[in-house]
Design a protein around this ligand. Structure first.
Ligand SMILES: CSCCC(=O)C(=O)COP(=O)(O)O
Ligand SMILES: [Mg+2]
Length: 261
């Protein structure tokens, strides 16, 4: 078995979700289709609620920023009060959400709405989040060795908590010391990792970030965070240069903590 030694200065393990703790297939085949199938009905049912209106406002703001993009779907400002106007508005939001999802965009606006929609499905027991078999035993071991474990995902903090709270391994939320999403910054920007370190109260070089995406690994490394790229079934392939450059693991059990002999 390949073993990757965790540097002694590391006290925090920061985990990506999709492609790292959780199969991409779970996200692409279960979570995302749920949104596409239910978004219209969700908007029709919850439209008058404050939370839904905040989600729509954020999506509209994002749509304005995206106006220059090919195929972008605008969301008109709320105007008339007729039934037809409302249905047109809802359809514009649906089209915008589906357009963003077709590009697998990671905007805070899209992720916030998705998190709110998944709430009902997880709490009703309609969905359980999948984790790779090595994840929970490794996280338990790291914590026993004194490591802190945080999540940094493009999925909203609320969605992250749903996944960890309703998983095939049961409620494993207590295994996580804290959560970060794109509200702290995009995962491909190094400043986000500095802000995460500040928020945790450690130096960036006290953090080891595990992710499947090399652009994220590169941004973290630029901020002096230690990184390893996680290779899982179904993940995007890496170039030969990436395979040579990055420390690679295929299971969390390949991480060796000097303090946990
Ligand atoms: C945690 S919510 C479900 C997954 C998701 O929407 C997503 O964008 C995951 O991105 P990640 O940064 O975890 O690769
Ligand atoms: Mg990922």
């Amino acid at each position: 078995m390949v073993v990757l030694s965790v540097p002694a200065e590391v006290t925090v393990i920061l985990l990506d979700i999709e492609g790292t703790t959780t199969p991409i297939a779970f996200v692409k085949d279960i979570l995302f289709p749920y949104i596409e199938k239910n978004v219209k009905e969700y908007l029709q049912t919850h439209w008058e609620e404050e939370e839904c209106q905040q989600d729509v406002s954020l999506l509209r703001k994002q749509a304005e920023e995206d106006a220059h993009l090919d195929g972008a779907v605008p969301i008109p400002a709320a105007s008339g009060s007729g039934v037809d106007d409302l249905q047109q508005m809802i359809q514009a939001v649906v089209d915008n959400v589906c357009w963003q999802m077709s590009l697998d965009r990671k905007t805070t606006a899209l992720k916030q709405l998705q998190g709110h929609m998944w709430r009902a499905a997880f709490t009703a027991g309609l969905m359980k989040a999948e984790f790779f078999a090595d994840v929970v035993p490794a996280v338990r071991k790291w914590r026993e060795a004194g490591m802190k474990v945080y999540i940094y995902s493009s999925g909203s903090v609320e969605a992250q908590k749903l996944l960890f709270g309703h998983s095939t391994e049961g409620d494993i939320l207590e295994l996580v010391d804290g959560h970060f999403d794109t509200k702290i910054g995009r995962k491909v920007e190094s400043e986000s990792y500095r802000k995460i370190a500040d928020s945790i109260g450690c130096s960036t070089n006290n953090i080891l970030f595990l992710t499947d995406v090399t652009r994220e690994a590169s941004a973290a490394e630029e901020a002096d965070v230690h990184v390893a790229v996680v290779v899982r079934p179904g993940n995007a392939g890496l170039t030969d240069d990436e395979k040579t450059y990055y420390s690679l693991i295929t299971s969390f059990s390949e991480l060796y903590l000097p303090s946990s002999t």
